[in-house]
Write a protein that binds this ligand. Structure first.
Ligand SMILES: NC(=O)c1ccc[n+]([C@@H]2O[C@H](COP(=O)([O-])OP(=O)(O)OC[C@H]3O[C@@H](n4cnc5c(N)ncnc54)[C@H](OP(=O)(O)O)[C@@H]3O)[C@@H](O)[C@H]2O)c1
Length: 279
């Protein structure tokens, strides 16, 4: 480490939680690399003048060679990588019936396989160092099935299971694996959300779907800004022995996680259905 500065990679740092987190970790004294599919090239690593405080590099987490190229460029420069935040992601919305297998696969390709690709690329480096943090941005929707978000929830449930397993595998190498489960935050996830194409047609679910969509969007637009997540991640990578899971966001949403464990399942279902106006 140079001057005790940690080297941190944040995927999906052009907007929202990722950008906020990369800026925050830079201000905390870390050497931060953020990624975007739209950054020019790995050669044009830059402290992009006004908008970002960190270096933005090109990476598409759906592409093996793009992930390898991005991580190789960091190692060429820093010779180490202390923490990775698997954040890149998007959300698709639509009833399960209206969501094609292609749309669902594409959701998992970014949100789940994207994180898996990055993990596989950084693990040999962290194992050699015998230290490292892999922090994954999951969701409360990674613990609770949310109506009209089946593919999104599937991608985050998959991430939850894989990282729970990975945590045990890599503990002997001094690598910590953590899951962060945010509730709704005000980010560009709302504008970037993809609607299952069939949900725009004359779907049988149209009325309920439109209500749920409005509820989801309003939750995000009125949600907290992502500094809370950035602060939490900074604490996690500064902790010797972080927990596996941390929820973050409005208590009215976080409370659903313990409630799922204690309430009878029918009662819990109707609470979720009511809160999304899905009935
Ligand atoms: N906001 C919320 O309410 C909320 C709640 C729970 C969980 N989350 C999770 O938080 C993470 C960040 O979401 P956000 O709310 O910050 O959304 P956002 O504002 O839309 O930002 C998404 C970021 O992900 C990047 N990205 C998307 N697809 C990518 C790909 N294939 N390869 C590389 N980068 C990709 C985007 O970068 P480029 O387009 O520049 O490549 C962008 O920087 C996601 O995993 C999301 O599921 C968000």
């Amino acid at each position: 480490m140079i001057n005790n500065q940690r080297v941190v990679l944040v995927t999906g740092a052009s907007a929202g939680i990722g950008k906020c987190c990369a800026d925050y970790l830079t201000l905390e004294g870390n050497r931060v690399y953020g990624t975007s599919r739209r950054a020019n090239s790995t050669d044009s690593e830059q402290r992009s003048s006004k908008r970002n405080l960190f270096r933005l590099i090109q990476m598409d987490v759906t592409n093996d060679s793009s992930v390898k190229k991005g991580i190789d460029s960091i190692i060429a420069r820093e010779s180490r990588l202390d923490a990775v935040v698997n954040n890149a992601g998007y959300a698709i919305i639509g009833s399960l019936e209206d969501t094609t297998v292609k749309e669902a696969k594409s959701q998992l390709e970014t949100n789940f396989f994207g994180a898996l690709r990055v993990c596989r690329a950084v693990l040999p480096i962290m194992r050699r160092q015998r230290t490292g943090y892999i922090v994954n941005i999951s969701s409360i929707g990674g613990l609770i099935g949310l109506p009209f978000q089946s593919a999104y929830c599937a991608s985050k449930f998959a991430l939850e299971g894989a990282m729970e397993a990975l945590r045990i595998e890599v503990r002997p190498f001094g690598i910590h694996v953590v899951l962060i489960e945010p509730g709704d935050f005000k980010t560009e996830i709302t504008q970037h959300r993809q609607l299952a194409v069939a949900s725009k047609r004359n779907s049988a679910y149209r009325d309920i779907f439109n209500r749920v969509l409005r509820t989801v969007e309003s939750g995000e637009r009125n949600g907290p800004t992502p500094e809370l997540v950035a602060e939490l991640i900074n604490n996690v990578i500064s902790t010797k022995s972080p927990r596996l899971r941390y929820t973050v966001g409005n208590i009215s949403q976080r409370i659903a996680v313990p409630l799922k464990k204690i309430l009878p399942s029918r009662l819990f279902e109707s609470l979720i259905s009511g809160s999304f106006q899905a009935s």
